[in-house]
Ligand binder design. Structure first.
Ligand code: NAD
Length: 469
């Protein structure tokens, strides 16, 4: 189908969305809280507890991504009109997600799907369930996906989705209802050739299974409509560990740049969920020593080392970092960044390394597992202090790379072995690291600007070759 025909069809669908769109409450569903505005935290939902420590920066994820985009666009001398297209999203969908919870009331959450740029292929990006999700954050994360998929050179555009719900406060059946309700509202803009969601903060393989099942009710069995699914439902071997594995693979490539032997490295992890646990375990497999770790419950440290496998097991069984019974000291979570180590791996939320704590950091290298963990001011301080930074758009791309493998396997109805997945992942992460590192050397810049420039150049080339810009 020509671009024009595709555009026409998408325009018709946009009209379709606004005609019978998802934001209209269904009869009988509107409960006492149905008037809650989109984009506002759902005050009716089971209340979350106080803000987790440590504090996140005041600067938003969107401002962080825009800062890096604008700096790269300037260096590339990108014409203003082209930059304007790349700065804005192609499509932003905001929907009402009404769900009856166990208290018998209908609670209204806000759901978002933002498709930033599809020049290089179908939109691709995770779905986040977190109480702080809003359109601004989803927009930023969608744009980040556009650059990330281009930097590792896989044939996707960038998207992101989210619901402002705290899944830790809900029963499993309630989370399922949120997932199904959200899919019902956004399925028109998704599909294996259009936009393929994946897990992110607060979602996992089980949530992806519910999303796939809901999509299948309307379109027939379509495993390629989401990635990060359970193995039993055509998920890919290696997907769960992929982001953490990719973090460790790029670390191994980066270590020689600071004359560091990976087997002798000490490291600290901030955030001990999917990315943090796998990064910690795989770093430990190399011989590196975990000397500090935090999750939303608190932080612990030990100069003698913390057993990452045992801690991961403890968390998998429902425990938290703060109540881990190893030979460790509980520390103020705000002091985690100040622990002396070779490598600091942020693997929690955005904006956690900011101008108020960056100067305290005593690491030699930072490998960003989380998305947008570092504000521009913090980045400047760390660069000034000689910290070698492997940026998020490169370091945490392992997840989307194996999502790409899962999608390829699903489209072919084939399955690769875990060894094959890991080997292919390693090839892409290593190649991408060196493409960015070579560019750093050529232009005498840190990794982050080099990575953004590479990603933006590839998107501009695809968009202009298509005739889109
Ligand atoms: P997750 O929900 O599995 O884990 C998040 C972790 O962060 C949890 O341990 C949580 O307790 C912790 N956390 C929350 N607030 C904290 C605080 N204030 N201090 C310390 N820890 C805190 O999420 P995840 O999938 O591991 O994602 C983590 C980060 O990695 C996010 O930024 C996400 O966007 C990014 N990421 C994830 C993937 C993926 O495949 N899962 C891929 C690329 C990037």
């Amino acid at each position: 189908m020509s671009d024009e025909a595709t555009e026409e069809r998408e325009q018709a669908e946009r009209e379709d969305e606004s005609a019978d769109g998802p934001a209209v409450p269904q009869e009988g569903e509107a409960g006492p809280h149905s008037g809650a505005g989109h984009g506002k935290p759902d005050k009716s939902a089971k209340q979350t507890e106080e803000e987790p420590a440590p504090k996140r920066a005041e600067v938003s994820n969107y401002e962080i991504v825009e800062h890096w985009f604008n700096a790269a666009a300037d260096r590339l001398n990108l014409p203003d009109d082209v930059a304007a297209v790349l700065r804005s999203s192609y499509r932003e969908v905001q929907v009402q997600v009404p769900v009856r919870l166990s208290d018998g009331k209908v609670h209204v959450f806000s759901g978002y799907r933002v498709q930033h740029n599809g020049a290089r292929g179908p939109y691709k990006g995770g779905i986040r369930f977190h109480p702080e999700v809003d359109l601004d954050e989803v927009r930023a994360l969608a744009e980040l996906m556009t650059w990330k998929t281009a930097i590792v050179n896989i044939p996707y555009g960038g998207a992101k989705g989210g619901v402002n719900v705290d899944p830790s406060k809900l029963e499993s059946g309630e989370v399922q209802n949120v997932a199904r309700s959200f899919m019902d509202k956004i399925e028109k803009v998704l599909g294996p050739q259009r936009d393929i969601p994946a897990p992110d903060v607060g979602t996992n393989a089980q949530v992806m299974a519910w999303l796939m099942d809901e999509y299948g009710k309307l379109h027939g069995h379509t495993p390629a409509c989401v990635t990060g699914k359970p193995i039993a439902l055509e998920g890919s071997f290696g997907r769960e560990a992929a982001t953490g594995r990719g973090v460790v693979q790029v670390f191994c490539e980066a270590a020689p740049e600071i004359d560091l032997d990976p087997s002798e490295a000490t490291f600290v992890i901030q955030g001990f969920g999917n990315v943090g646990t796998w990064a910690a375990r795989l770093m430990q497999d190399l011989g590196a020593k975990l000397v500090g770790v935090a999750d939303a419950s608190g932080a612990i440290a030990s100069e003698g080392g913390i057993d990452a496998d045992k801690l991961a097991e403890h968390v998998r069984e429902g425990g938290s970092v703060a109540d881990f019974d190893g030979r460790t000291d509980e520390i103020d979570p705000n002091e985690l960044v100040a622990l002396e180590c070779d490598v600091f791996i942020p693997a929690a939320l955005g904006g956690m390394i900011h101008e108020d704590n960056a100067a305290k950091m005593r690491c030699r290298m930072m490998v960003e597992g989380a998305n947008s963990p570092t504000t521009p001011k913090a980045d400047a301080i760390l660069n000034e202090n000689g910290v070698y930074i492997v940026p998020d758009v490169l370091a945490n791309a392992g997840g989307v790379v194996v999502s790409y493998f899962e999608w390829v396997q699903n489209l072919q109805h084939m399955r690769w072995t875990e060894d094959e997945v890991n080997k292919r992942l390693s090839e892409i992460m290593r190649r991408s690291f060196h493409e960015v590192a070579d560019r750093c050397r050529e232009n005498s810049t840190p990794m982050r600007p080099a990575a953004y420039e590479l990603g933006i150049e590839r998107v501009v080339e695809a968009a202009s070759t298509r005739g889109y810009i």
